[in-house]
Design a protein around this ligand. Structure first.
Ligand code: ZN
Length: 242
C-alpha cells in the first residue's frame, strides 16, 4: 500500500512517486491534491483513477469553496483562485465527494489531525496526544504538515521523532502510532525530493511502514509555474524543500 499526500498539483513529483512504487497494489491519498502547483487537473485525474481511499485537504476544500479563501495567505489564495479555473465539472464533483477523515479499522486516515481534520498541524506532543485520545484503532496516517513524522504512544505520553530513515521498512510497534509520510509535491523538511510511504498490511493488520524519497525534475515543475505566473515564493521553495 503506497501512502501519498500533499501532492499539491505537482504532477512531475506524483509521476515519479508512482513510477517508484512498483511494489504496491493500492494507493491511499491523504489530501491536498491541488493548490500551489501547476497541474491540478492531471493530478486529480490520476488520484481518482488509482487511489482506493482519497481524503479532502484544506486546499482541496478551498478550491471547491467549502472553506473560505480568506483563511489562506496571499500566495496560497492566488494559487487556489487560479486552480478553480483549471478544473472541469467532473473534477469539481470528485473533490466535493471527499471527506478529510476515513476510518478503516484498525487504521485511521486524516488530513490534519483527529482533533481538527482540516486544519491542525500535528507536530507537537500535545497535538499527538489529542489525536491518540480520538483514535479508534492502532495506526493513524496524517498529512498536512509536509514533514515526515513517526509518533509512538508510550506510558509517559508520546515519543515523537522527525529523524526518519528512508528506504527501510520499519516494523510497527505493539503500542499505538501516528505516521506522516511527508509531502509528494511540496516537501518542507529541507529535502526537496518527493516523499511518500509504503504500508504493509497482513490482512487488515498494519505490519510495517517505510518512508521513501524520490528525486524528480523540479526545474520542469518550476518552469510550468513560471509560465502560468504562479507566485515566485511557491516556485523557489520547491528547490530547497521548505
Ligand atoms: Zn498541504
Amino acid at each position: 500500500m503506497a501512502v501519498v499526500g500533499d501532492i499539491h498539483a505537482n504532477f512531475g513529483a506524483l509521476e515519479a512517486v508512482l513510477r517508484d512504487a512498483t511494489d504496491v497494489e493500492d494507493i491511499w491519498c491523504l489530501g491536498d491534491i491541488v493548490g500551489y502547483g501547476p497541474e491540478p487537473a492531471a493530478c486529480l485525474e490520476r488520484v481518482a483513477r488509482q487511489c482506493s481511499i482519497t481524503l479532502l485537504g484544506n486546499h482541496d476544500a478551498a478550491v471547491v469553496g467549502t472553506l473560505s479563501l480568506s483563511t489562506f495567505n496571499g500566495a496560497a489564495k492566488e494559487a487556489a483562485q487560479w486552480t478553480r479555473g483549471q478544473l472541469d465539472q467532473s473534477a469539481m464533483l470528485f473533490l466535493r465527494s471527499l471527506a478529510p477523515v476515513h476510518h478503516r479499522r484498525p487504521v485511521s486516515l486524516v488530513h490534519g489531525s483527529l482533533r481538527d481534520p482540516l486544519w491542525e498541524y500535528l507536530l507537537s506532543d500535545e497535538a499527538a496526544c489529542a489525536t491518540f485520545t480520538r483514535m479508534p484503532g492502532h495506526l493513524c496516517l496524517v498529512g498536512h504538515t509536509h514533514v515526515p513524522l513517526w509518533v509512538e504512544e508510550d506510558r509517559s505520553g508520546v515519543a515523537l521523532s522527525r529523524a526518519i530513515e528512508n528506504g527501510v521498512p520499519r516494523e510497527l510497534p505493539a503500542r499505538r502510532i501516528i505516521v506522516n509520510p511527508g509531502s509528494v509535491g511540496q516537501p518542507r523538511d529541507r529535502d526537496p525530493r518527493a516523499a511518500y510511504g509504503v504500508l504493509v498490511l497482513d490482512g487488515v493488520r498494519p505490519v510495517s511502514f517505510e518512508h521513501r524519497r524520490v528525486p524528480y525534475d523540479i526545474g520542469s515543475t518550476q518552469a510550468r509555474m513560471h509560465a502560468i505566473g504562479l507566485p515566485e515564493e511557491l516556485i523557489s521553495r520547491l528547490s530547497v524543500g521548505r
